[in-house]
Structures are given as structure tokens and as C-alpha cells.
Design a protein around this ligand. Structure first.
Ligand code: C2O
Length: 514
């Protein structure tokens, strides 16, 4: 299916109306059920408990009369809130193993939605369900925790990694005696070690000031420059018949995926727990990480009237199933979660230090002029396996667009036909009008963005675990900043950083997104 770059292409598509989890039926030889359709054998390690006869109720919005619950920044949580949170997690861990509200069962909810079983390739990553599905997932997790401690006002904290004070593993998760602790984390990435939004699998050795500067500029780029249109920010359309990973949104790719792998234990095969989706939910910090991602969705929609959710009914009417605080199965839809206040919560207001952190060009004017006339030493022949950096010159379909045209349509650099081994941590960077030798960092304007795959484990599948997706990067701001707006072409260089040889690229293209 197409990128939804132009309105209208969705018309012929059939909606993917139900994205249901897979349930193991213990009474029926652990047959994996998709409630309605019959799947194969439950070979995945993470099917959800299913009790025949369980009825499914439709979600009802909480009453509007109660005040909104406020999710606090994790580094600002007060002792009383922390005590409740620890108690709730303790109780969740102590529930019977087959209770769907049990801590591991809750982690498995994430596992079943990203580690597919044969015939049910259910995916909520690298497509437009990323924000709504995770919003619902956190909502029910939070309601269960609240119910366990008998506090209807309980909220999950958010890991405010985009703030100067929150840019490290929050200390409440780092205390080994706390139920919020997880020992499958990177030993070196303990507070006050700063998070790296560009994490490649090794630590870059920057000073704290450099790391902060890069992180803030990455936030700016992903949120503003690469997030100008719904498809770029929220992810690409995914409807029935599509391959499940049409392309993730800007923040999902980076820093969302990087923070996952940065937190997980790099000495484990899949960067467990946080670095791989089957186990990520076993680390309580997952929910704080995703609360911040959820907050990004809310912030983005406040930017302007153009920063809107899709109005495509294929998206709005898609439903998911979750167990609620009473262990009842609830059917929820995308359209019911578009505003956090409809779900009874909001986020604590905190300063946003990256609103003015626009990346700056690294290369000087003279050098820039030279780099544009210099052809790459070898033009990449697509498809190409990324063992080392590859470059290609790309003709731009339109040059010298007016301000109005630029606002209406964003120029998008599309890295197409990305085929990768989903079992591996993969990362490549895309830089424009510069080559690898120029030492471009994510703080520089020439850095267009990254593709990041957090590993998925599919040990039940014999065949190779191939993923196919694409990366869409808005480049209007970038071209303005590097003075390349009026050039007929751009030089694009792809630099593999993690998982070399395990990813190939089918081609490059420039298109325009409304
Ligand atoms: Cu469902 Cu952060 O991944």
C-alpha cells in the first residue's frame, strides 16, 4: 500500500478493523485463538490467557465529572506517589500467573502485538497504530495498578527524557531494592549517565554538553522538521492486505527505538529487557518511556491546526482488545482515544528545552558548494546491502518552491524497500549533501534522520525473519538550513551504524506529502 503521500489513495482499501491479540486456550490444547478466526498452534511464547466464555464489552468513556488525573514526570514524583506506585507493582507481580492483570501477562500484551504468530501478523509498530495502541495499553495498565491499591486517581509517571533533568534513567527505577527495578538493563547506563537519542549500540564518548546538545536537536528535528504532516509524525497507513510495517513515524524511529535499546542490557542477545519487544514490558520503565511517547502525541497536536490526527475512517474505526482492571475483555477503538482527557488524564506541565534547538549546518558555504558539484565516488546500485556507506544523487522533482507551497506540501526523502533481519538491532543514518568523511553528527543540519529497528524475537518461526519497511524524512527545513533549496539534486549518503550486512535498501525517491 502506498505512503498516503497524496490524499485519496486510501479509497480502495479495506479497513483493518480489528487488531486483536492472540489468546491461548488452555482447555483446548493451547490452540491459539484470534477470537473469531482460528489461528495456528500457539507457538509464540506470549499468547494471552483466554477463558472460554469470556464476554467482550465495548469501552465506555469515564465520567467527565471527576478531575483529570495528572501523570507526573518520573524525576519529580513525590514520596507518597512513589510509595503507591511501588505497592501497586508489587501487587501486580503477586497476582496468579494466569491472571491477565499479572505483571508478566501485562508484558505479554506487548509481546503478542509485535511478535507475530503464523497467520496473524499483528503489528502495532512502524505503522499508524503506534500511538493509539500504546495509549490504550498504558491506560489499562494504569487502571489495573490503581484498582490493585484501591486508588482511582493513580497515574503512571512519564520518563521526561527530553528535559535536562530527566535525560537519564530516573532514579526511582534504579534502586535495586524497589519493585520498579529490573536487572536486565545496561550496566553502564545508570544515573547520572545521559541517554543517547542516537544510540548505535556503543557509547559515543561525548561530553555531557555535546550529548545534551545532540539530544535536544534530535528532538527538534523529529518533532518539527520531520513531523510536519500526520503521516510523517504518526506513521504510515496500514490496512487489510498490506504488509504490516509500511513505515513508522519520526519519533517512533528516533528516539523511541534508541531509548529502548539504550536501556536494555547490551550483553544479552536481544538487548533484553527493554531492547526487544517481547520482553520490553517486563521492565516497569517501559510504561514511563511510553508515557513520554504518549505525551509527545498530545504536544504535537497542540502545535497548530495543521498538526492533526488522520481523519481516515480506516484508522479511526480500528479496534483493539484489552483486559481491564476487572479482568474483563474490553473492545476499544482508535477514535475513542484521540484526547487524553477522554480517558481521564493529562500530563504534568514541564519546560520543553528543545523548542528552539534547530540543528545547525556543519559544512561551510564553500565546502557545501564543492560537495554539491562533487559526484559520489560510486553511485549506489539499488537494491544494495548496507555493509558500508553508500551514496546516490537524486533529482528533485521541484525546485524553488514558494513558502506557501512548502507549507502545503512537505518535500519527503523516502528510503524505500528497506529489508532487514528483524531479529537484529539495526540502525542506519541518512545524511544529505555530505559524505561519511565529513563527520556529520545528529546535531548537524545535514543529518536527515535514522532508521532504527529494535529487535523482535521470532524463535517459533523457522524461516528467516524478514521485515520490510521504508523511511520517510521531511527535508524542507534541512534544505533551507544547508542552502540547498534551489539545487536540482541532492546527494544522499546512507551510513550503516548497527546491523551491518543485515539490512538492504531498495531505492531512494523524493515525493511530496500534504
Ligand atoms: Cu511497543 Cu516502545 O514499543
Amino acid at each position: 500500500m502506498a505512503c498516503m503521500l497524496h490524499a485519496g489513495v486510501m479509497g480502495h482499501c479495506e479497513a483493518l478493523t480489528k487488531v486483536d491479540a492472540s489468546f491461548c486456550d488452555p482447555k483446548n490444547n493451547n490452540e491459539c485463538k484470534n477470537l473469531g478466526s482460528q489461528g495456528g498452534k500457539c507457538a509464540a511464547s506470549c499468547c494471552l490467557p483466554y477463558r472460554p466464555g469470556t464476554k467482550i464489552v465495548d469501552f465506555k468513556r469515564p465520567s467527565r465529572s471527576s478531575p483529570l488525573r495528572v501523570r507526573p514526570a518520573a524525576h519529580l514524583v513525590d514520596p507518597e506517589h512513589l510509595a503507591k506506585y511501588k505497592k501497586a507493582i508489587e501487587l501486580m507481580k503477586a497476582l496468579p500467573a494466569d491472571d491477565p492483570r499479572n505483571f508478566i501477562q501485562q508484558a505479554n500484551v506487548h509481546c503478542v502485538h509485535c511478535d507475530s504468530i503464523p497467520d496473524h501478523d499483528i503489528q502495532v509498530h512502524q505503522n499508524w497504530f503506534f500511538y493509539p495502541w500504546h495509549r490504550w495499553y498504558l491506560y489499562f495498565n494504569e487502571r489495573i495498578l490503581g484498582k490493585l491499591i484501591g486508588d482511582d486517581t493513580f497515574t503512571l509517571p512519564f520518563w521526561n527524557w527530553d528535559s535536562l533533568e530527566g535525560m537519564m534513567l530516573p532514579s526511582i527505577y534504579a534502586d535495586p531494592s524497589s519493585p520498579l527495578y529490573d536487572n536486565l538493563r545496561d550496566a553502564k547506563h545508570q544515573p547520572p549517565f545521559l541517554v543517547d537519542f542516537d544510540f548505535n549500540g556503543t557509547d559515543p564518548g561525548f561530553t555531557n554538553a555535546q550529548q545534551i546538545d545532540h539530544n535536544l536537536k534530535i528532538m527538534y528535528r523529529q518533532f518539527f522538521s520531520n513531523g510536519k504532516k500526520p503521516m510523517l509524525f504518526l506513521g504510515s497507513a496500514y490496512v487489510a492486505g498490506d504488509k504490516p510495517n509500511p513505515g513508522g513515524g519520526s519519533v517512533e524511529n528516533m528516539p523511541h527505538n534508541n531509548v529502548h535499546t539504550w536501556t536494555g542490557d547490551r550483553t544479552r542477545p536481544n538487548f533484553e529487557d527493554m531492547g526487544t519487544f517481547y520482553s520490553a514490558g517486563r521492565d516497569p520503565i517501559f510504561f514511563a518511556h511510553h508515557a513520554n511517547i504518549d505525551r509527545m502525541w498530545s504536544l504535537w497536536k497542540k502545535l497548530s491546526r495543521k498538526h492533526r490526527d488522520f481523519n481516515d475512517s480506516n484508522w479511526l474505526k480500528t479496534s483493539f482488545l484489552f483486559y481491564d482492571e476487572n479482568a474483563d475483555l474490553v473492545r476499544v477503538t482508535v477514535k475513542d482515544c484521540l484526547k487524553t482527557r477522554w480517558l481521564g488524564y493529562k500530563y504534568q506541565d514541564v519546560k520543553i528545552p528543545w523548542v528552539k534547538a534547530r540543528p545547525t549546518p556543519k559544512l561551510t558555504k564553500a565546502r557545501k558548494a564543492a560537495s554539491r558539484s562533487v559526484k559520489p565516488t560510486a553511485e549506489a546500485k539499488f537494491p544494495v546491502t548496507l555493509e558500508s556507506p553508500v551514496s546516490a544523487t537524486l533529482k528533485r522533482p521541484k525546485v524553488g518552491r514558494s513558502r506557501k507551497e512548502k507549507e502545503e506540501e512537505e518535500e519527503v526523502l523516502i528510503v524505500e524497500g528497506i529489508e532487514f533481519d528483524r531479529d537484529h538491532f539495526i540502525k542506519f543514518d541518512v545524511i544529505v549533501n555530505a559524505t561519511e568523511g565529513d563527520g556529520i553528527t545528529p546535531g548537524d543540519s545535514e543529518f536527515a534522520g535514522s532508521f532504527v529497528n529494535a529487535p523482535h524475537r521470532h524463535r517459533h518461526l523457522k524461516e528467516e525473519n524478514k521485515g520490510k519497511t521504508r523511511l520517510c524524512l521531511g527535508i524542507t527545513d534541512l534544505l533551507e538550513d544547508i542552502g540547498g533549496e534551489d539545487d536540482d539534486g541532492v546527494l544522499v549518503t546512507i551510513v550503516p551504524k548497527a546491523g551491518k550486512g543485515k539490512v538492504s535498501v531498495g531505492g531512494l525517491r523524493i515525493d511530496f506529502s500534504k
